[in-house]
Design a protein around this ligand. Sequence first.
Ligand code: PLP
Length: 357
Amino acid sequence: MGFAKVSGDLPGPKAAEIISAVKKNCYDSTFTYPLVIDGGLGCVIRDSDGNQFLDFTSNIGACPLGYGHHDVMHTLAGMAQNGAHKIAGQDFYCREHAELSEKFLSILPAGFRSFFINSGAEAVENAIKIAYRKRMSQGLPILPGVSCIGAFHGRTLGALSFTFSKPVQKAGFPELPVLRIKFCREDTDPDIDAIGKVLEKNKVAFIISEVIQGEGGYNVASRKFVQNLRMQADAHGVPLILDEVQSGMGRTGKWWAFEHYGVTPDIMSTAKALQVGATAFRADLDPGQQGVLSSTWGGGSRIDLAVGATMIDVIRRDRLLDNATSMGGRLKKGLQELVGKGGVFDVRGICLMVGIE
Ligand SMILES: Cc1ncc(COP(=O)(O)O)c(C=O)c1O
């Protein structure tokens, strides 16, 4: 498809028509750019007027192999022969569910189990439910969870309580009980062990955090901060949930960003590049009793499950973790040279999860 090219004003006439239909019929909530996606190839995305853009965001991490990737197209072509694309996947089984679960297991910490749902927010919801469930099964009351200032964990009501990146997202909605700590980017931050102080004074049900805040501004946690979360969670017998919805699946050069910190969570959430949402957890936290967790279609979007499995296969086969490390190093070095010139203030991130301020 070649390189980025734009002709005329944006949005072009076809894009403008589509945008105006969406605005007329729908709540126009989070659309930020007048980009109407039509197709793409490699890193280049094409709008409905034929303009081409270099997609620096990989569709916010959801498209790690780029567009029109041969293996993904092959998987999609295979699914095109199948009439039952969406099934009630929490009620009935399908092959794609089993295949993704095997591949997913191979990239999870040892001894983990998983549960597929639709989205990142639902992955967080279920992580929270698993943590609460553990306490309830011990006859303990509902206690607050601890989350970080600047965190983003999704916008469904439960997950929203632990999200804290933009005030507008909270908009007066009711909250689950929550205590907040500072997200520390430097080991020398005086609040580096805020979690220890919170847990000394309060009984809590879980700690939830990203290790690289995505929506919050590509803030990379300090090593000591994350290690303190792990240490204090262990000391107080509280499950640690790490949210890898945006940072997971290889863009940091490891399958999971927490691997850079030498810690393992008790429960984790992921989505985006996996195509479906997933909650993964230590086997002993499995709720056991049937029906405690469920979802609508996460285990039943057969196309998404199949593409998710292809993502894992290709990332492994083509050594894309190594690629993220080497290309990310090059990208960051080049971007860092721009700091202080032309309005670039800071460059943050790990490997190919990089933000420019
Ligand atoms: C860290 C994190 N958690 C949760 C979510 C919510 O995911 P979803 O939009 O799929 O519900 C996001 C979305 O950007 C995210 O970045």
